[in-house]
Design a protein around this ligand. Structure first.
Ligand code: CIR
Length: 256
């Protein structure tokens, strides 16, 4: 069960965020704020207390708080984001993490290691870590060494086509795994009950399980049906403005 979530309000500079899909246009700041309001409400409906951090205009992508930190049941790990324009976000998330963890339970990924939380998928006490353009081999080595000191485990997953691991694969608890594209046949995930997302709805592979409910991006009927079919309650949040920056539901919060 998750008790807490941390989010950060989108800033006006969100229009300058990193994107692999400029053809979708720039995010509308006001609409992004309204969608963020709905996201907070959805988390609250799932029973978590949401800590809302103020917008930070220095970092256009800073509403994607999942990337500069990973929070486990035993410790918090401040990452070292591989995107240069996002690297400073790690210093800004630290203050929020300190509200919940004592200094001796806060760990750090250090250069030359890089890692972004979007590449980390938690399955109980095991953490799958995507090796991506943002997360390198040294970052993964440090991350797994930290996990092992706390009695947790980790393993590397290769990825080629998507930004982050959780862009394409997300764990919904109870052995249920939402998978799309390059992850459908990966041997790493052979033991899961796989819910395969059709290519045209691949964006919505990024759903989040929060205390028995699954939050699903609005407008993806095949994903909605598939998630309902395994028995979950569903809450929808429109994420159209975050999608324009390759951002999804998981990226917008730290849940613990
Ligand atoms: C970026 O490229 O870093 C942002 N525009 C999107 C980050 C999405 N975060 C995530 O998948 N965890």
């Amino acid at each position: 069960m998750f008790k807490h979530a941390i989010v950060r309000r989108p800033c006006r500079a969100i229009v300058d965020g990193i994107t692999s899909a400029p053809e979708l246009g720039k995010p509308d700041y006001e609409l992004a704020l309204r969608q963020h309001d709905s996201y907070i409400t959805a988390l609250e409906r799932c029973g978590v207390t949401v800590t809302v951090l103020p917008a930070d205009e220095r970092y256009p992508d800073s509403c994607f708080v999942e990337d500069p930190a990973v929070i486990t049941g035993k410790c918090a790990i401040i990452t070292n984001p591989g995107a240069p324009s996002r690297n400073g976000e790690k210093d800004q998330i630290l203050g929020a993490v300190k509200r919940f963890f004592p200094d001796d339970k806060i760990e750090y990924i250090r250069a030359p290691g890089t890692l972004e939380g979007g590449d980390v998928m938690m399955v109980g006490s095991h953490f799958y870590v995507g090796r991506s353009a943002r997360t390198n081999a040294e970052g993964i080595r440090q991350f797994i060494a930290i996990l092992e000191r706390y009695g947790l485990t980790g393993s590397e997953v290769s990825l080629e086509k998507v930004l982050h691991l959780k862009t394409g694969v997300n764990y919904l608890e109870n052995n249920n795994l939402l998978v799309s594209g390059e992850f459908v046949d990966k041997p790493d995930f052979a033991g899961f009950h796989k819910i395969v997302i059709p290519d045209e709805e691949a964006y919505a592979a990024n759903c989040i399980w929060v205390n028995g409910t699954v939050i699903v991006p609005q407008g993806y009927p095949a994903v909605e049906r598939a998630v309902r079919a395994v028995g979950y309650e569903v809450i929808f949040v429109d994420t159209s403005e975050f999608r324009k920056l390759d951002g999804g539901l998981s990226c917008l919060s730290l849940r613990f």
